[in-house]
Ligand binder design. Structure first.
Ligand SMILES: Cc1cc2nc3c(=O)[nH]c(=O)nc-3n(C[C@H](O)[C@H](O)[C@H](O)COP(=O)(O)O)c2cc1C
Length: 309
């Protein structure tokens, strides 16, 4: 057992939302078509305030974010920011950077997903962009990066433009998720987790399953350790199961210099899990301490543990 990083939950500030976070997680989907009206000034202000307040990740990395938004009547301003045509009419982007640290990409995912859920609470549509954006032009709009910073991904946002039909279709496509039996295990990989025996953690797991991930690969795997039944005590170990084509050594990673997006996915999943756990009154904290559970293959690596109190 080697402890590399430890951070208490109190390192992250509480996210103030109007709607229950579990409902916002159900409501969120990748919105790729926006209405031309700009994001209201009051909403822009609230987003900017939130971004300024949540810059310390739960695993010790520091990030910073900015809102790049179109001004009223200026709907062409953001067109030059390249998104390769996948995103239509976004009137805003959340851009950001994280300082290099052992769990920088996970922390970036965690912090930016908080902003996504806050934007969802404001009624805005959002879409994570990790591959299909021209990094150079976004970095310029951000005012450049420090030597030890990276910009792993950005998020488009704006007033939802797709009509109900498209939205429902998107939601259905987007909610295609792996079954719990392939994601969550008890004590060791391959041993099914009885969701009926984990109390309110079942809702935290469902929120995690609904998390967005790059090309919907859902690379997260969890092993529940500890005292068996009930929700008290125990630990949840988070593992990353890499898909081919992602991660160090892959062409995407080295040639296109795309960030290790599946580690960003992991941070997003941590965010969903923790926010819903806390909403259900379940306390805990994050620690990086590999429990040494045998891995199912070379494509799987340990990331972090949620220690339940
Ligand atoms: C880190 C990350 C990067 C992503 N990059 C892109 C992207 O470059 N272009 C895009 O259209 N969608 C992108 N997505 C959105 C995913 O395709 C989407 O989250 C997934 O298919 C699940 O659908 P849902 O978000 O509607 O639930 C990205 C998502 C994540 C988490």
């Amino acid at each position: 057992m080697k402890e590399t990083t430890s951070a208490s939950a109190s390192a992250t500030k509480t996210l103030e939302l109007r709607a229950p976070v579990s409902e916002l997680i159900r409501r969120r989907y990748s919105c790729r078509t926006y209405r031309p009206e700009p994001i209201a000034a009051a909403q822009q202000r609230r987003l900017t305030e939130l971004m300024a307040a949540h810059v310390a990740g739960p695993l010790g990395a520091q990030a910073r974010f900015a809102l790049v938004a179109a001004a009223p009547g200026d709907d062409s301003a953001l067109r030059r920011l390249g998104t390769y045509g996948f995103i239509k009419g976004a009137t805003g982007f959340v851009v950001g950077a994280v300082r290099r640290a052992p769990r920088d990409l996970e922390d970036y995912g965690y912090l930016l997903e908080q902003i996504v859920l806050f934007a969802t609470d404001l009624g805005l549509g959002t879409c994570w962009l990790g591959g299909t954006f021209t990094r150079g032009s976004f970095v310029r709009r951000f005012g450049g990066l420090a030597r030890d910073e990276t910009m792993p991904a950005v998020v488009s946002l704006g007033l939802i433009g797709d009509d109900g039909g498209e939205r429902i279709r998107e939601r259905e496509e987007g909610s295609r998720r792996l079954p719990s039996s392939e994601l969550f295990f008890a004590r060791r990989f391959g041993e099914p987790l009885d969701l009926g025996a984990v109390g309110a953690y079942a809702q935290a797991l469902e929120a995690l399953r609904m998390a967005p991930s790059a090309t919907n690969k859902q690379p997260w795997r969890l092993v529940r350790d500890g005292d068996g039944g009930g929700e008290g005590g125990g630990a949840w170990h988070f593992y990353l199961r890499r898909s081919r084509g992602y991660g160090k050594g892959s062409a995407l990673f080295s040639v296109l210099r795309i960030a290790d997006l599946q580690r960003v996915d992991m941070g997003i999943a941590m965010c969903h899990f923790e926010l819903v756990a806390r909403e259900r009154g379940l306390a805990g904290s994050w620690v990086v301490r590999d429990p040494g559970i045998p891995l199912p293959g070379k494509d799987t690596e340990y990331t972090v543990t949620w220690v339940a109190e």
